[in-house]
Ligand binder design. Structure first.
Ligand code: NAD
Length: 329
């Protein structure tokens, strides 16, 4: 039976990887995708070029906060995977309003339309950042939410609204909370593509504070496989953490990037720390492993090498985006 799938934010980094994977070789048969994306600075039609002529994909340019449009697009959809978001922590520190609008109001607009039209499961793609910072151990899905940035607070709000839609109205909502992603087509404002493209231009890279903030890294391929496991085999009202099991300090990560780009530590300048910078994130991904048999497959050093090679070969993709590599003052 054909599944009609609405993918919001499908022109962004992870959403486009999801759509390309779904419609690529080995993807599920009989799936029809509608991408709903506002094409903000972070959205890019070129991210969907590999499947541009695929008749199984329809692209709608539009805002998830536009309730009449969302209602029209949702009609006839069977399921939803919701990626659309304002996604950059640093931008949320400069102005949080777009984060509240898109991540909170936009998510509720989609949840209401999904309920009206019976589109479920509704997969809410969230982040490990909703748990806040922790010194030791790792977060399970039952951990209380203690977000510290406007970005993570807006994602936590969206998660709570999604769970409320499940409890109050019985909508089959499933939430994924993933660690930091890397891979091709990531907008060059985020750490890995920003540093790689700066190094490729022979420029210095800015490292926040003492560089000892710890993050878990997951290749975007693994993230989209995890989301697909949750969409197809997950349980209603359940949260699933997705992590790579590869914790690195930012200093360690930068060391790997310098090596891959054949640059030295003289290319690094330490800059004032980000406000409220969470010290350490670590997710416990046991549940998705036990219940859905999911495990990440991409080795970090191989994944990073392939990512750096992709940016080296795709200057024509990232060069036009460089105006956004650093934030507006
Ligand atoms: P991205 O910024 O690359 O893409 C976001 C997409 O959403 C863009 O195509 C943009 O045009 C679209 N969008 C923004 N506002 C919109 C609106 N109002 N209406 C319609 N479309 C809109 O983000 P990403 O890195 O691909 O992240 C996708 C999702 O995954 C987000 O929800 C994010 O919170 C989550 N996530 C990201 C990471 C990561 O490391 N990047 C990790 C965990 C979870």
């Amino acid at each position: 039976m054909t599944t009609r799938l609405l993918v919001t934010g499908g022109a962004g980094f992870i959403g486009s990887h999801y759509v390309r994977t779904l419609l690529g070789p080995g993807g599920p048969p009989d799936v029809l995708v509608t991408v709903l994306d506002a094409l903000t600075y972070a959205g890019n039609r070129a991210n969907l070029d590999p499947i541009r002529d695929d008749p199984r994909c329809v692209f709608v340019r539009g805002d998830i906060c536009d309730a009449p449009l969302v209602d029209r697009v949702m009609a006839g959809q069977d399921q939803v995977v919701h990626f659309a978001a304002e996604s950059h922590v640093d931008r949320s520190l400069l102005d949080a309003s777009a984060f509240v609008r898109t991540n909170v109001q936009g998510t509720q607009t989609l949840l209401d339309a999904a309920l009206r039209h019976g589109a479920a499961p509704f997969v809410q793609v969230s982040t490990d950042e909703v748990y806040g910072s922790l010194e030791h151990g790792s977060w399970s899905e039952d951990e209380p939410l203690r977000p510290n940035s406007p970005y993570s607070a807006s994602k936590a709000s969206a998660d709570l609204l999604a769970l409320a839609q499940h409890v109050s109205h019985g909508l089959d909502v499933r939430i994924t909370r993933c660690s930091n992603n890397y891979g091709p087509y990531q907008f060059p404002e985020k750490l890995i593509p920003r540093f790689v493209t700066l190094l490729m231009d022979g420029r210095k890279v800015p490292l926040y504070g003492d560089g000892l903030h710890v993050r878990d890294w997951l290749h975007v391929d693994d993230h989209v496989r995890g989301i697909e496991a949750v969409r197809t085999r997950g349980r209603a009202g359940r949260v699933y953490n997705i992590g790579g099991g590869t914790a690195l300090s930012n200093r360690e990560l930068v060391g790997l990037l310098l090596e891959a780009c054949e640059a030295g530590w003289d290319s690094v300048e330490y800059v004032e720390d980000r406000k409220g910078h969470d010290r350490r994130y670590a997710v416990d991904s046991g549940r998705i492993g036990r219940e859905l048999g999911f495990a990440p497959a991409t080795d970090l050093s191989a994944g990073l090498a392939a990512t750096v090679a992709w940016y080296r070969a795709h200057r024509s993709w990232w060069e036009p985006l460089l105006a956004h590599r650093a934030l507006p003052a």
